[in-house]
Design a protein around this ligand. Structure first.
Ligand code: CNA
Length: 240
């Protein structure tokens, strides 16, 4: 409880808060994080998730890629939880400058956040690899097996797979936001996926807050470390 009070004070004092989020921010919305996926995986899939969601796997085994992707990466009924909602409210009140997320679920935008840097893309955007026509998530969900465009090309989700680079504009936008922030709240991420995790090192502001259930490499650097469920923490935060 004392830590929640400290978080409230830090948020009240700060004018340029930036959030840096990972899969743990969406577990309370019913979307499993990566490690939970790993546990489930062994019964149904022949390869570890990291291998399946790599560029080479997508290229050479799109059938199996899409089987895993549709089954384990898409949660169309998931709704934002209090973490997404309070982060969006802080932005609409002019206190937060944006959210940098490794998530691909679109829940920050669903909660109302406007300035979202999606480092790893989004399940909501999909493109034909041949003619570049855009397709929404429903089209992917309703397709049988590998989704194809009307031109015959394969449709690829606008999601950054392992072995693929991050979008330059998104990456530099995220670095710019971190550099001007006076408070950075890292939440629900194991901080093991690079280059995303390395962005934390650009922070030069006053308060580094870390909210995560398990230990991370940045725990000792944090001004405030909260080991609790991020949705439950933000539920207690008052946005004024
Ligand atoms: P991760 O490596 O799975 O780490 C998640 C972290 O969140 C862990 O350290 C957990 O202890 C912690 N955690 C889980 N639930 C909570 C909670 N309620 N409150 C606080 N902490 C919690 O995931 P990362 O995001 O760090 O990075 C790995 C990949 C997983 C990223 O590239 C993501 O794109 C990818 N991913 C995204 C989603 C999504 O979009 N929702 C889901 C699964 C995986």
């Amino acid at each position: 409880m004392e830590k929640i009070k400290t978080l409230q004070r830090i948020l009240d004092e700060s004018d340029k808060i930036v959030f840096f989020t990972g899969a743990g921010v969406s577990t309370e919305s019913g979307i499993p994080d990566f490690r939970s996926v790993d546990g489930l995986y062994s019964q149904k899939y022949q390869y570890p998730p990291e291998a399946i969601i790599s560029h080479s796997f997508y290229k050479y085994n799109p059938q199996e890629f899409y089987r895993f992707y549709k089954d384990r990466m898409i949660y169309p009924d998931a709704k934002p939880n209090m973490a997404h909602i309070k982060m969006a409210e802080l932005e609409s009140k002019g206190k937060a400058i944006g959210v940098i997320t490794q998530n691909i679920d679109g829940l920050h935008q669903a909660a109302g956040s406007k300035n979202v840097y999606e480092l790893h893309g989004s399940i909501h955007r999909n493109y034909c690899t041949k003619c570049h026509r855009f397709y929404d998530l429903d089209y992917i969900i309703n397709s049988e097996g590998i989704p194809h465009c009307s031109c015959g090309g394969i449709i690829k989700p606008d999601v950054v797979l392992y072995e693929e680079g991050l979008d330059d504009a998104t990456l530099y936008g995220a670095i710019g936001a971190i550099r001007q922030a006076d408070c950075m709240v890292i939440a629900g991420t194991s901080l093991v996926v690079y280059p995303a995790a390395g962005l934390v090192n650009y922070f030069r502001g006053k308060y580094l807050v870390l909210i995560n259930l398990s230990a991370t490499s940045q725990d000792s650097a944090a001004d405030l470390l909260i080991k609790a469920k991020v949705g439950e923490v933000f539920e207690k935060i008052v946005v004024q």
